[in-house]
Design a protein around this ligand. Structure first.
Ligand code: HEC
Length: 218
């Protein structure tokens, strides 16, 4: 019977409708089922799961340039992408106190996991992180670039409301974090040029892994 066949196809199809038809099928009459199937417009490619001839699924739409721009905010080590804006260490202290300290501690000392320590220069000599997994990594002892600190804070912090800081606030809180880590002075105003010029203590501790094949080396 054609109707039974259509139900059969729906049951073997993708999801949602066919499950419902399957369970209702235990107690609704074939007539009702027939109605359900036709109400769903049985046989369209969305219901059968068959790929359309065009190879496209006719869902979604092309992102607008504004939507792409809102996501296209990555800043690499060179910092060429850094936006306009500026912030002082003092302004950053206020941003940090209001929006970061509750998770990272008032001085950036961190809290119980998963809230990481952000401030600290120890150990000042050596770089034990590869050998000692317990060695605590901070901005001051581990991050090789200051530019990517701006990137990370802007895209990921505050943890519960990422993207909520203005560029000036990100410059300011980045300045405060760098000053607390004794990387810049307390009187520095950070903007794109100043941030690009910052050299981190761990700069030069990392190499590009360009090995090909073979076992992983640590
Ligand atoms: C609600 C809690 C919360 C708030 C508020 C918050 N953070 Fe975080 N932060 C986290 C957590 C959790 C992580 C670890 C995320 C991970 O490892 O994926 C983190 C990671 C970080 C890191 C990376 C640390 C590292 O070395 O890996 C930085 C830098 C940072 N936060 C800065 C900030 C700044 C600046 C603010 C304020 C603007 C802020 N955070 C506010 C919870 C928070």
């Amino acid at each position: 019977m054609p109707r039974e066949l259509r139900v059969e196809r729906l049951e073997l199809g993708v999801s949602g409708w066919e499950l419902r038809v399957g369970s209702w099928g235990r107690w609704v009459s074939m007539g009702a089922l027939g109605f359900l199937v036709s109400a769903c417009g049985g046989g369209t490619r969305a219901e059968t799961g068959e790929p359309p001839a065009s190879g496209r699924y006719d869902i979604g739409r092309t992102a607008t340039p504004a939507e792409v721009a809102a996501l296209d905010i990555d800043i690499g080590p060179s910092g060429v992408e850094l936006p306009a804006g500026r912030g002082t260490v003092g302004e950053g202290a206020k941003v940090y106190g209001a929006k970061c300290a509750n998770c990272h501690g008032v001085r950036g000392e961190g809290m119980l996991p998963p809230y990481p320590k952000l401030v600290g220069r120890e150990p000042r000599e050596g770089f034990p992180f590869g050998r000692d997994p317990k060695a605590e990594k901070t901005i001051g002892n581990y991050w090789p670039h200051a530019t990517t600190l701006f990137d990370y804070v802007r895209r990921a912090m505050p943890f519960l409301t990422p993207g909520s800081l203005t560029n000036d606030e990100v410059y300011a809180v980045t300045a405060w974090l760098l000053a607390q880590n004794e990387v810049i002075g307390a009187d520095v105003t950070l903007d794109a040029d100043a941030l690009r010029a910052v050299k981190m203590p761990a700069h030069g501790r990392f190499v590009v892994d360009d090995r090909k094949g073979g076992a992983e080396v640590r």
